[in-house]
Design a protein around this ligand. Structure first.
Ligand SMILES: [Mg+2]
Length: 245
């Protein structure tokens, strides 16, 4: 039986240099726009990826197409990008059926995302936090709001998260804070919805075993869809698992 592996990328199979374990050999796995290595994989991550590669790996990432293309790892099937806003077919084309489903839903959230961006920027300016916020788009889809501190001061995101809470209060958006990355994600967007679509279309009628691998809270719903879940030690999800265990 085929094993289909839905695999988060950042923080799961590679990470930026400061987050790599000190003293361990690493190799570049993803690059910045200027071509400089930006994310690195340890030998242990490489070994686990090799193991997962015995199955069919479906990258399941928040990365845009542009950022996904800067990942230097061999993937040869479909891919879930943009928190599930975009599915690429095994040939690398936009999955038109998925796009037709999700595009009108995302379009309806665009005014709220613009308003949330204004709120985030006003809070940052008021408190002098230096946080930047932008609405991520890909394939002309308005996707989600992301706020970061350009200097890596993740603590500056707390007050911005507080200001954005009203947008998440009625369930139309989810607010995720993972390290220096605060995102406000429409409820229609979710890796788990794209995982479901892929299982129902690309693997329809084929008995498969599924494995979900991810590090963040936002990965939990798609891990929960899979037969097995796997999380890196020390990750956000790992911490929750231990707390609940
Ligand atoms: Mg991740």
């Amino acid at each position: 039986m085929r094993v289909v592996v839905f695999l988060d990328l950042d923080g799961t199979v590679f990470q930026t240099r400061p987050k790599c374990p000190p003293g361990e050999p690493v190799r570049p796995a993803a690059y910045a726009r200027d071509g400089a290595p930006l994310s690195f994989m340890t030998d242990r991550q490489r070994a686990v990826l090799d193991l997962l590669g015995r199955g069919t790996i479906i990258p399941t990432t928040a990365r845009s197409l542009d950022a996904f293309r800067r990942v230097d790892l061999p993937f040869d099937h479909a891919a879930i990008l943009d928190f599930g806003g975009v599915i690429l077919t095994p040939g690398g084309k936009l999955d038109e059926a998925w796009d037709a489903t999700i595009r009108p839903q995302l379009a309806a959230t665009a005014p709220d995302l613009a308003a949330a961006r204004a709120v985030a920027e006003a809070q940052s300016a008021r408190l002098g936090l230096g946080v930047t916020a932008r609405v991520i788009t890909d394939f002309d889809l308005p996707l989600y709001l992301v706020a970061k501190h350009p200097g890596g001061d993740a603590a500056a995101l707390g007050p911005v998260r507080d200001a954005l809470r009203p947008f998440a209060a009625d369930g139309r958006f989810a607010l995720h804070l993972n390290d220096n990355n605060l995102s406000l994600v429409p409820a229609c967007l979710g890796k788990e919805r794209a995982v479901r679509h892929i299982l129902d279309t690309y693997f329809a009628g084929e008995p498969v075993a599924t494995l979900g691998v991810g590090d963040g809270f936002s990965d939990a719903p798609f891990l929960a869809l899979c037969d097995f879940g796997m999380v890196p030690r020390g990750s956000q999800l790992f911490g929750r698992m231990r707390a609940e265990g």
